[in-house]
Design a protein around this ligand. Sequence first.
Ligand code: SIN
Length: 486
Amino acid sequence: MKPELSDPSLLRTTSYVAGRWMAAAGNSLTATNPATGAAVAEVSMVTRSETEAAISAAHEAMSGWRDVPAKARAQILRRWFDLMMAHQEDLAIIMTTEQGKALAESRGEVAYGAAFMEWFGEQAKRIDGDVIPAPSSDKRVLCIKQPVGVVAAITPWNFPNAMIARKAAPALAAGCSIVIKPASETPLSALAMAELAERAGVPAGVLNVVVGASSEIGPALTDSPLVRKLTFTGSTEVGRRLEQACAATLKRTSMELGGNAPFIVFDDADIDAAVQGALISKYRNSGQTCVCTNRIFVQDTIHDVFVDKLVAATAELKMGNGLDEGVQQGPLVNEKAVEDVDRLVRLSTEAGAQVALGGMRSDLGPCYYQPTVLTGITSDMAVFRNEIFGPVAPVMSFADEAEAIALANDTEFGLASYFYTRDIGRVWRVSEALDYGMVGVNEGIISNEMAPFGGVKASGSGREGSKYGIDDYLEIKYILMGGLDR
Ligand code: SIN
């Protein structure tokens, strides 16, 4: 790998099951650098039977792991955090090489991912129960919390590290074991994390990573009665299918699905701050996040000045190979992603949208798309209705607060939303009126390990991170003790 890793043993190319790196066998997939099209590594793929072996290993390991005292589980998670931070640069290089994002963003993502290990390690010691008033004097009522069981996690390519961390950390903190299926585009980041988990002292079988085709691994995870919970980050379409597949065994599920984030700029806002917020929220990871701004609504009195400033700032973004110094916009993950973005832009311009900047593929290579600003958007256009997942900022004007809220909520999705204003009354009114799981007020980046991440409507269910994030991995057991005054 170029640049060379300080610790080349982080580059693992086989699945990790029951504390063993599986022998390379059968089919393999090629991890590819989207910036250059070059093959980075061949990673051998497992099938359904090896996934079932991983589930059995996780089931067996769970009985020991759940009995490890919370403090000891916390210490292992803390060691995992320390190792991730000690290897931040190598993990970032691996990530940028297989996913494309700018190296500075990859470094940030490793720190973001590691923060979940630290946070949930701390939370492991706070899995408190309750003593509840009893119905009569001879009784006592208690609640204890216990791990939900073996967890299956299906994770996306856009955050190859942090989305694993945000699921594995609370699972392990709660005393669950886990089988992780990372995206086929980004297996190397997942396997490097497993290598560090092993070094941190996560016992064999407690954490397993299986790389392979969704058609092999997915049904093994959803069909197994041993898997008690499935957590998924990805598209709404796949989330719906997984929910259906989990229904037969009545698994608990957490679904972090698609978004269509509105970004509203009111005429009392600090316009320069709003432009900076839009820039970071729209173009983070080249527009490939579920919380990326998808539709920008600007009050008509400031529309033109906002657009001019946004276009000027967007034109300054440096695009190129994410490993190169100063690059802010890497390639999209693959050519299909570019085709999808291009199609949404074409459909919208054919329907009347105007291109204020970009609007086409870049000559840097087949996976690059120019940072784009579109104006004259209407609510029937493809870029209004669909999650763009690329560096395209559609701008639309509105007349008043009521119209802005109506436009923002005119979508099946409900993940992240943003607005800029300096009116404190409006801050409350709009925050409460937006039909979304998360609201950024005068901020374009809202994610951190201490805050609850998640959506409503077609954006899914469950919360990740924060003090609430561990609840999805715990069952509440009620104990009634009677006959106490005999
Ligand atoms: C995502 O796009 O799924 C996650 C984004 C984040 O955690 O900020």
